[in-house]
Design a protein around this ligand. Structure first.
Ligand code: GBH
Length: 505
């Protein structure tokens, strides 16, 4: 008798525990891509040149395989197949970006390229036909070249240009798009593009460009948010946020020095962009600003290389996001004294001046920077949740790369996604207000400086074929089952490898 009660209790508890390891039914599961990485049609139907067109055409040698996004996965012509893949996976949502120069070929709002607008209208309609929620990024790195010629993000007029572009996007698509993301990954735009040479426009204005860009980017975001708020929210009733790359930066040891170093690293990586928008006080992160001001002085600059936000600008920028989009891939362990690499003087990382350690036992992807770190989504999200008083989050990217010849049996990607989604469940259980998860990526695409040499897709793309044939990897079947069952079953094996479309999709 006792035994039956006990085992009954046990069954009960297990069911309960299992129940807790479930994603809510309204949780948005999706996948993400970006215009330049998939669209192709680089000069089709009146599209203008952007900074990636310009860079890959004028300096092909900077891309590892000398490739470019001229054709990429040719989504410009294959968008129906893309939506079919979303349906095969049973996705609730799809995150993609609009190419600014497809809509405004010269960047400014005096001339709208209607065929470009029509393309996105068709793409969005096709998703909505099957109940797939579009989540639209306004800027995923492909600035119209004409605006770069004027200095791009370094020009103080940038926020106005961006506001004008955002308004046109809301006008054209806002009746049907309810999730807007202003910028994808400010760090990659500002540090990699302006403060070093690892993204277009490769400006390498180290220690100066990055901060200038950061300030104008934040103001541009705030303007686009306020435009939505003032002119569109009442009739369109959507949300507007920003996506920031938040890899977990934890201390190497518990020492106070390492903990402070990790905080400085977080400020340098994403605090520069998150603090002005999500903190109560606004403006750049305090400790890092102080360090940069002090070093600038020592280096002979008449004022800090990091511009300040005026009180008015602080007030204008804070609180300007309905959600915090997080792109998360990996983690680093931060040391105050050890593992330091050389950095130019001045530069963001010379300013921050900390060491980075990555345990060699963490599994390695095909990308140098990407290793599978333990429970890092939970660590990053619970940290942000506390720091910024429980905002709404979406994970807008998370994924794993393999080599082009790795084939369709991507066990390491499966292992990564399962671990990541368990970490998501831990975060949900801890009370983090996370509303959705977008896998990077729906399909293989142009991986920036790495060309086609690193593959992030749930679907393999045959870039040699005219049709850019898409074929599901094993991970696509695993993700599909996670989306369907709302659980992460570590033992699930797809019974066969044919994709079908579930009823209702
Ligand atoms: C995201 O960036 C992007 O949003 C997306 O477009 C991209 O395809 C995806 O992730 C996968 O990379 O150490 O010099 O080699 C992720 C962020 C990727 C930032 C790699 C740092 C390493 C530069 N980062 N990058 S380097």
């Amino acid at each position: 008798m006792k035994a039956t009660i006990l085992s009954g209790l046990l069954v009960c508890c297990c069911v309960l525990a299992k129940h807790e390891r479930k994603f809510p039914s309204d949780f948005l599961f999706g996948a993400a891509t970006a215009s330049y990485q998939i669209e192709g049609g680089w000069n089709a139907d009146g599209k203008g040149e952007n900074i990636w067109d310009h860079m890959t055409h004028t300096r092909p040698e900077v891309i590892i395989d000398k490739s470019n996004g001229d054709e990429a996965a040719d989504t410009y012509h294959n968008y129906k197949r893309d939506v079919e893949m979303m349906r095969e996976l049973g996705l609730d949502a799809y995150r993609f970006s609009i190419s600014w120069s497809r809509i405004l070929p010269n960047g400014l709002a005096n001339y709208i390229n209607e065929p470009g607008v029509e393309f996105y209208k068709r793409y969005i309609s096709e998703m909505l036909k099957y109940n797939i929620t579009p989540m639209v990024t306004l800027y995923h790195w492909d600035l119209p070249q004409k605006l770069q010629d004027l200095g791009g993000f370094a020009n103080p007029l940038f926020p106005e240009w961006f506001e004008d572009y955002a308004r046109i996007a809301y006008e054209k698509f806002g009746d049907r798009v309810k999730h807007w993301i202003t910028f994808n990954e400010p760090r990659e735009i500002c540090y990699e593009g302006y403060g070093s040479t690892t993204k277009a426009p490769m400006l390498n204005a180290t220690g100066v460009g990055v901060y200038l860009c950061a300030k104008h980017l934040v103001l541009a975001h705030a303007r686009a948010y306020k435009t939505y708020d003032n002119e569109f929210r009442a009739t369109q009733n959507g949300l507007c946020g920003i996506t920031i790359s938040v890899n977990w930066m934890g201390p190497l040891t518990d020492s106070e020095e390492d903990q402070f170093a990790a905080e400085i690293k977080r400020q340098a990586e994403w605090g520069l962009y998150a603090e002005p928008i999500f903190s109560q006080w606004g403006g750049f992160p305090k400790e890092l600003s102080e360090i940069v001001a002090k070093k600038s002085k020592e280096q002979g600059y008449p004022r800090s290389r990091m511009p300040e936000f005026t009180e008015e600008e602080k007030q204008f920028s804070r609180g300007t996001a309905d959600f915090f989009g997080v792109n998360h891939y990996t983690a680093n362990l931060i040391s105050a004294n050890d593992y330091k690499a050389w950095n130019p003087v001045p530069s963001l990382y010379n300013d921050a001046d900390v060491g980075v350690y990555i345990p060699p036992e963490w599994p390695q992807s095909a990308s140098r920077w990407l290793r599978q770190a333990p429970n890092s989504i939970y660590k990053a999200l619970t940290h942000l949740h506390k720091k910024y008083n429980g905002p709404v989050f979406y994970i807008t990217e998370n994924g794993w790369s393999t080599t082009p010849d790795a084939g369709l049996e991507d066990e390491d990607r499966i292992r990564y996604y399962r671990a990541a989604l368990n970490s998501v469940l831990d975060a949900l259980k801890a009370g983090v207000n996370l509303k959705g998860y977008m896998a990077w990526s729906l399909m293989d695409n142009f991986e920036w400086m790495e060309g086609y040499a690193e593959r992030f897709g749930l679907y393999h793309v045959d870039f040699e074929s005219v049709e850019k044939t898409r074929t599901p990897r094993k991970s696509a079947f695993i993700y599909k089952e996670i989306v369907r069952s709302r659980t992460v079953n570590p033992d699930y094996e797809p019974p066969n490898r044919t994709m079908w479309i579930e009823e209702g999709h």
